[in-house]
Every structure is written in structure tokens, then in C-alpha cells.
Ligand binder design. Structure first.
Ligand SMILES: Nc1ncnc2c1ncn2[C@@H]1O[C@H](COP(=O)(O)OP(=O)(O)OP(=O)(O)O)[C@@H](O)[C@H]1O
Length: 758
């Protein structure tokens, strides 16, 4: 005890020493920044004073230009300096609150004595900038802390492996610069600390887990070799957490070549996007680019079509079982997301190389300029060995050349002069300015008129030019329609009904969700891929929801990206992904697979209850945190259902649970539940457009709860009727696994067969 007290005092005084260092560094930085700020202000104010402007001779112009450039560079440099110092201040302030969370004493082979390595969210040097007082958690040596227990250990550095012995491994809880807890740990990273973290209340924003990263998660975070890193992890195993810390790791590891703009996250919905958006800033990094697949599709389609959203598709598959075309729609969804459908498109594209492409016609002021037949003939006049996109390029180039000649002739026509007379004052003014810029010695009036005529014709040709330059010559919609109707090798039995449904939707300017990817894929095959080369690392969360076709599409869109693909087959909830191949189980060349089986989110009782709902669930290992047994209550009318739920909400609130989710199967059910419950308790309804939520009691459909967690979950109606079909199993499992501390199920009539009666 005595010894422990001594240790405690020693650690507390080290924290105080660190505080002193931080204080001194902050003072120095603030002084420096004050100077910088004044410098920037002064530079901005006197910018023009310090440049000599002389435009009399070409030499003077060059000199003036150089002088402005130098001044601008100086200003940019000072501003950059200021920004960097500001970031340093932020980091120091963060460190001041909680300087580190871990320590290892490492005796390196061949060295005298063990070195004490303190680990925090960022590094700190001593006053003299000679030794590290704190190591960044992402530094090579810090991996010792995550990967090893006391005893022989090694870590990798860019110049090779370093071996040695860990003599001590310690964890700290430091709040407001005070030591609140200290544990010497064994095999896993601080069961005790993890207990404490996981036992806390749910947050409306995800938290970073750097202090308690587990060994298997550390492998995901630090993996650098694989082109595709695929993580199959059970519900609550920390996939999303690992992904976010991995992004922070990559930004650190490749800090000279990679920025947050080069990393992109595809997440399941906007709500999830905002839920995870604070993790990277908490770690002192800028957030990465975040999107959803739906947003990506919409950005590609533009205004021409409205793209059915994935949730409308789910709502349909979960509610429309009694409709006559239901079976065919489902069959259509499964087929159109498969690789077989992609192969149909590939065959079609191959045929189009020699004949059959449909082109747009282009009109100028209501009159036909280029007919689709004319463009067709021009296109097929080029050698068929040249790819379709390249022939489109040649066709466009030729048309653009013709267009210039056409424009010159058109400028002399009467309509142009007539239109010129109707121009605004601004147009004239601009024409005047343009004329002033010309060096030729023309009559000004003549110049002005020429300029105006050119401008008028250009304005009318702008849209045509843009389309030609963008190689948008093809009528993709017509081609997709023809494709649907053409002869194919064996496909689904009800193909005619399936394509008729699609055509009906397209007639109404709607692209069914299952057709959106194939449509764009066809377009890209023909027009050439619009590859995004800025993104170097792509994270795909909830990867079980992506079909093999969608993945192929993404791979083409991001050809230079490495990918981290994370998901859980048991949470596949789309009609195309249930018991079907998805991105998660695809065989990818250059992939590495990591399986996570331990669940951290929920109590042991909840994990033991939910794992019986799925095949292979016995492999899921709960983290040892105890709580109450989940409950199942069967009632025989809605009144009793609502009464039971309301009483439960009250009890949960009294116990101090802050986020309580009443999870329904669909949006329709959520709306009905809301209308009933809202009359008596304070609840909020979450819809697909919702992109943030606050603490309190909320009602939402299961598919919107994906990826998120709550203190307590109440399943609104866990009856056999609602969750009885095989395709509803995963949705049910997903809903139940959102609970951290308590799970309660209410059922109108007999409860779902997915609940084990043992
Ligand atoms: N090493 C860890 N230390 C502390 N908390 C952790 C750790 N790993 C996971 N958690 C916590 O467990 C919960 C679940 O993590 P996360 O959401 O990342 O899991 P997931 O695998 O993406 O879950 P799901 O697939 O069910 O959405 C979160 O509250 C997270 O903070």
C-alpha cells in the first residue's frame, strides 16, 4: 500500500511537471503567435505599399509581377505559420487536460535500463526539444502497448524490428490534470478501464477509443500492406471505431503525402455520418470526406431522374408482401445486383461497338443542327478497333471543329444584330472593356459589334459545346431501355415482368434503386470512366449492404484507392444482400481478411440473448460486463403494448438512462407508434432525412439505427407477424444489438421465433 502511494505521488508529480512544460510551451507559442498575427495584419495592410507598381515597359511589368508574387508568398507563409501554431496550441490545451493514458517500461535488447514510454493522443517533447515526454499513440513504439502484455515483446520500425522486454504496463485515468485512476495491466488492455468506458452512458456522437484499443483492432488500425483490408466483425466489435482510428493512423503515418481530402468514408446514412464526424477532430485531425452511396448516386444522376432511395426499397420489401408484383420485384432486385447482370451489360457494350448506339440530336435555336443519324454515321466511320469512349472523343472533336465554322457564319446573320439591340447595359459595358484590351488598331465601334455578335452566338451554343466537350453524345436512357428489351442469355424466369416494371418507372422519371448502379455502369462503359483520382483511401462501412455489382462500380470510380471494407453478414438487411453474395464475402485479389468475434457494446446478458438469433452466434464472445437480463413481454392489444412501453420508458429514465430508442420495423410503423406514444410521453420521431439526434427518447425504424447505439432499446413490436420471415431475421438482430445496457421487447401476440425460448 505504502509503495502504491509512493507510485501514485510520483505519477501525480510527473503530471504536474508535464503541466509546467505545457504551460511554458504555450506561453512561448502565444508570444510567437502574437508576433505572427501582427505580422499578418501588417502585411495585409501594407501589402500594396511594399510593392512597386510600374507598368510602363515590359521589363517593369515583369518586375511588378515578381514583387507582387513575393509579397503574396510572404503573406501565405506567415498565414500558414499562424495556422500551424494555432493547431499546436489546440493540441497542447488538449494534452493539458489529459496528457496520456498509458505507459510501458521497455527494456530494449542491448540497452542499459528500461525506458519509460508514456503514450497520449499526441506527442510532447521536453523544454529543450530533446526527449519525448509523451509519445503519440500512432508512433511505432506505441504499438507495444496495444500488442503485448508484460514480457518479451517487439515492434516494427521503418528500419526493422526492435526486440526487448516489457517490464511494466500501466494505464491512467487523468481528468482535469488530476490522476483519477491507475492500473497495472496484464494480458488485455485494462479490463478495468474498458469496463469503465463501456459502462458509461451512450453518446450522441461516437468517441475515440485510443486508450483502450484491443490487440485485434490494432491490427486493423495499423495495417499498411493490403490493397483491400476486409473486416468481418460481429455487432459491437468496434469495426467503425477501428475504421476511424485507422484513418487517424494513416494521416499520421503518411502525413507528408496524405491529407484528409484523400480519404473518404461511405457510410450507411446521414445520421451515421454526423454520429462519427467528431472522432477525427477529437484526435486532432481534420475530418475525412464523408458520403453515402445514395448521395453518390444522386450526384451522378443530376436533375434528369429522381433516384429511388434505398430506404424506400427496404420499406417496400418489408411491407408490400401482399402486392401481386412483390415476388417479381424481389427477383428483379436480386438479379440486377448480381455479377450476372453486369455480364449482360458487358455483352451489350461489346455488341454496341459495331452497331446499335443511339445518339442525341442537337438543336440550335429550335432548328436541327446535328441529327442523331448524322452523329451515328460519323461515330461508326471510325475504326472499330478504337474503343467506344475514344471514338466518342474523335466524334466530338470533329463536331466541335464544325461548330466553330458554323458559329462564324451564324454571327453574320440578322437575328444576331436584332438580339444585340436587346442586350443589357452590362453586356455593352463588358464589350467596351474588352475592346479597350485589344491592341489592334480597329475602329472601336466595329470591335464592339464584333465582340457582341460573338458573345450572342456563343451563348446559344454554350450547352451544345459543354455536352460535346463532356462526350455526352449518347442517349443513355434510350440505350438502357433497348438493353432491357433485347435478347439475353438465361436470366430470371419473370424477366419480362421485371423489365416492364423498370420501364414504367423510367417513364415516370424514376430510377429504381436496383437499376441506378447498372445504369451508371453502362454510361461509364460507353462514355469512359469518370475516375476519382484524388481519393487514395476508401472506407466502406456496413459493407454487407453493397452488392458485388456496386463494388465493381466503386472500384472503377476509385481506381487508385486502397480500401478498408467493414461489415457483418448478420446485419445484411437489403433484399439483395440477405443470403446472397455481397462485397463482404467477395474474393478480392490482394485482400487480407480480419475477423472480429468479441462484442464490446452490449452487456454480457444482451450478447448472450441476441447471439441466439443468428446462425453461428455461439462464436460471438461477450465482453465481461454485467447488466440486467433482456425481457420479452407478450400482450394482446395495442393499448397494453403502448402502456407497457410507456411504463418501461419511465423506469429506464428513472434509472438514469439518457438515450432510449424505441425501434420499429419500418417508417410506417414508427409513424404509427409515434402518433400513439407522443400523446403521453416526450418522444421524438427520426426519419431518413434526420441527420443528428439528441439525448432523450426516440422512435426510429431499425434500418436507421444501423451503426448507432443507445443506453436502452425497446423493440416496439417483436411479434411473429412482424419478424417471422427469414428475410426479417437480420433486421431484428440489428435492432436488438443496438442496446448497450438494457434491452426490452414487446410483442403484440406471439413473439418472434428468432427469440430463443431456452
Ligand atoms: N477497444 C475499445 N475500447 C473502448 N470501447 C470500444 C472498443 N471497441 C469498441 N468499443 C465500443 O463498442 C461500441 C461498438 O463499437 P462500434 O460501433 O465501432 O462497433 P461496430 O462493430 O461498428 O458495431 P455494429 O456493426 O454493431 O454497428 C462503441 O461504443 C465503441 O466505443
Amino acid at each position: 500500500m505504502e509503495q502504491r502511494n509512493e507510485e501514485w505521488k510520483r505519477e501525480q508529480s510527473r503530471i504536474e511537471m508535464i503541466q509546467q512544460v505545457i504551460k511554458a510551451k504555450l506561453e512561448k507559442l502565444q508570444e510567437h503567435m502574437g508576433g505572427l498575427k501582427e505580422g499578418v495584419i501588417e502585411l495585409r495592410r501594407d501589402f500594396w505599399k511594399d510593392v512597386t507598381i510600374n507598368l510602363d515597359h515590359p521589363d517593369d511589368v515583369i518586375e511588378t509581377f515578381t514583387s507582387i508574387k513575393q509579397q503574396a508568398e510572404l503573406l501565405a507563409e506567415q498565414e500558414r505559420n499562424h495556422r500551424q501554431s494555432y493547431q499546436k496550441v489546440q493540441q497542447l490545451l488538449r494534452l493539458n487536460q489529459s496528457p496520456y493514458f498509458g505507459r510501458i517500461d521497455f527494456q530494449e535488447e542491448g540497452e542499459q535500463g528500461a525506458e519509460q514510454i508514456y503514450i497520449g493522443i499526441t506527442s510532447l517533447m521536453d523544454q529543450e526539444d530533446e526527449d519525448f515526454l509523451i509519445f503519440d499513440w500512432r508512433a511505432p513504439i506505441s504499438s507495444l502497448y496495444y500488442d503485448h502484455s508484460p514480457g518479451p515483446a517487439s515492434y516494427l520500425t521503418p528500419s526493422g524490428e526492435i526486440k526487448g522486454n516489457i517490464e511494466l504496463k500501466r494505464q491512467y485515468i487523468i481528468k482535469g490534470s488530476k490522476l483519477k485512476g491507475m492500473f497495472d495491466t496484464g494480458v488485455t488492455i485494462g479490463d478495468q478501464l474498458l469496463q469503465e468506458v463501456l459502462g458509461g452512458t451512450a453518446n450522441t456522437q461516437m468517441k475515440s477509443i485510443v486508450a483502450t484499443i484491443q490487440r485485434e483492432q490494432n491490427h486493423i488500425i495499423r495495417n499498411e500492406k493490403s490493397r483491400y483490408l476486409v473486416v468481418q466483425g460481429v455487432a459491437g466489435s468496434g469495426k467503425t471505431s477501428a475504421a476511424l482510428q485507422r484513418a487517424a493512423y494513416l494521416l499520421y503515418r503518411y502525413r507528408h503525402t496524405l491529407t484528409s481530402e484523400n480519404i473518404m468514408l461511405f457510410s450507411p446514412n446521414p445520421l451515421f455520418n454526423s454520429y462519427v464526424a467528431t472522432v477525427l477532430p477529437e484526435l486532432g485531425e481534420d475530418n475525412m470526406v464523408q458520403t453515402t452511396y445514395q448521395q453518390y448516386l444522386i450526384s451522378r444522376f443530376g436533375k434528369g431522374f429522381s433516384v429511388e432511395d434505398s430506404y424506400s426499397q427496404i420499406e417496400y420489401t418489408l411491407t408490400a408482401m401482399d402486392e401481386p408484383e412483390y415476388k417479381q420485384r424481389l427477383e428483379g432486385i436480386r438479379f440486377k445486383t448480381s455479377v450476372a447482370y453486369k455480364e449482360w451489360i458487358d455483352d451489350y457494350v461489346a455488341k454496341l461497338s459495331t452497331k446499335g448506339l443511339k445518339f442525341k440530336s442537337f438543336y440550335f435555336r429550335g432548328e436541327l443542327l446535328y441529327s442523331s443519324e448524322e452523329i451515328h454515321d460519323l461515330f461508326y466511320s471510325f475504326d472499330t478497333d478504337i474503343s467506344i469512349p475514344n471514338r466518342l472523343k474523335l466524334t466530338s472533336e470533329k463536331l466541335l471543329k464544325d461548330l466553330s465554322t458554323f458559329a462564324k457564319i451564324e454571327r453574320e446573320k440578322d437575328w444576331v444584330l436584332e438580339e444585340a439591340e436587346l442586350l443589357d447595359k452590362e453586356d455593352y459595358l463588358e464589350a467596351f472593356h474588352q475592346t479597350q484590351k485589344q491592341e489592334e488598331d480597329f475602329d472601336d465601334m466595329e470591335q464592339e459589334e464584333r465582340f457582341l455578335k460573338k458573345r450572342i452566338v456563343s451563348k446559344h451554343l454554350k450547352s451544345i459545346r459543354r455536352q460535346l466537350k463532356g462526350l455526352q453524345l449518347l442517349n443513355i436512357e434510350a440505350l438502357y431501355r433497348i438493353f432491357l428489351l433485347s435478347e439475353h442469355v438465361a436470366g430470371p424466369k419473370d424477366w419480362p415482368e421485371i423489365y416492364e416494371y423498370t420501364i414504367k418507372q423510367i417513364d415516370n422519371r424514376v430510377i429504381p434503386y436496383e437499376d441506378a448502379t447498372p445504369y451508371l455502369y453502362l454510361q461509364d462503359q460507353l462514355e469512359g470512366r469518370k475516375a476519382n483520382t484524388l481519393i487514395r483511401h476508401l472506407f466502406i462501412d456496413e459493407a454487407q449492404d453493397y452488392s458485388p455489382f456496386q463494388f465493381e462500380f466503386l472500384r472503377q470510380q476509385f481506381p487508385n484507392s486502397k480500401m478498408t471494407i467493414l461489415g457483418d453478414m448478420n446485419q445484411a438487411i437489403y433484399a439483395h444482400s440477405i443470403h446472397a453474395p455481397t462485397l463482404l464475402n467477395a474474393e478480392l485479389e490482394g485482400e487480407e481478411k480480419i475477423v472480429l468475434t468479441k462484442s464490446y457494446r452490449s452487456t454480457k446478458q444482451i450478447v448472450e440473448f441476441t447471439r441466439k438469433m443468428i446462425a453461428g452466434g455461439e462464436l460471438i464472445e461477450p465482453f465481461n460486463r454485467n447488466g440486467e437480463e433482456p425481457t420479452v413481454t407478450e400482450v394482446d392489444n395495442f393499448e397494453a403494448l403502448h402502456k407497457g412501453i410507456m411504463d418501461r420508458v419511465e423506469t429506464l429514465q428513472k434509472k438514469g438512462h439518457e438515450t432510449i430508442a424505441i425501434i420499429c420495423k419500418t417508417a410506417v410503423e414508427s409513424q404509427q407508434a409515434y402518433e400513439q406514444l407522443n400523446k403521453q410521453i416526450d418522444v421524438r420521431l427520426m426519419k431518413k432525412e434526420t441527420n443528428a439526434y439528441e439525448k432523450g427518447t426516440i422512435i426510429l425504424p431499425a434500418y436507421l439505427a444501423k451503426g448507432i447505439e443507445f443506453d436502452a432499446v425497446i423493440v416496439y413490436n417483436a411479434s411473429e407477424q412482424q419478424y417471422g420471415r427469414e428475410m426479417e431475421r437480420n433486421l431484428f438482430y440489428t435492432a436488438c444489438t443496438r442496446a448497450m445496457h438494457e434491452l426490452h421487447l414487446y410483442s403484440l401476440g406471439i413473439c418472434s421465433p428468432f427469440i430463443s425460448k431456452e
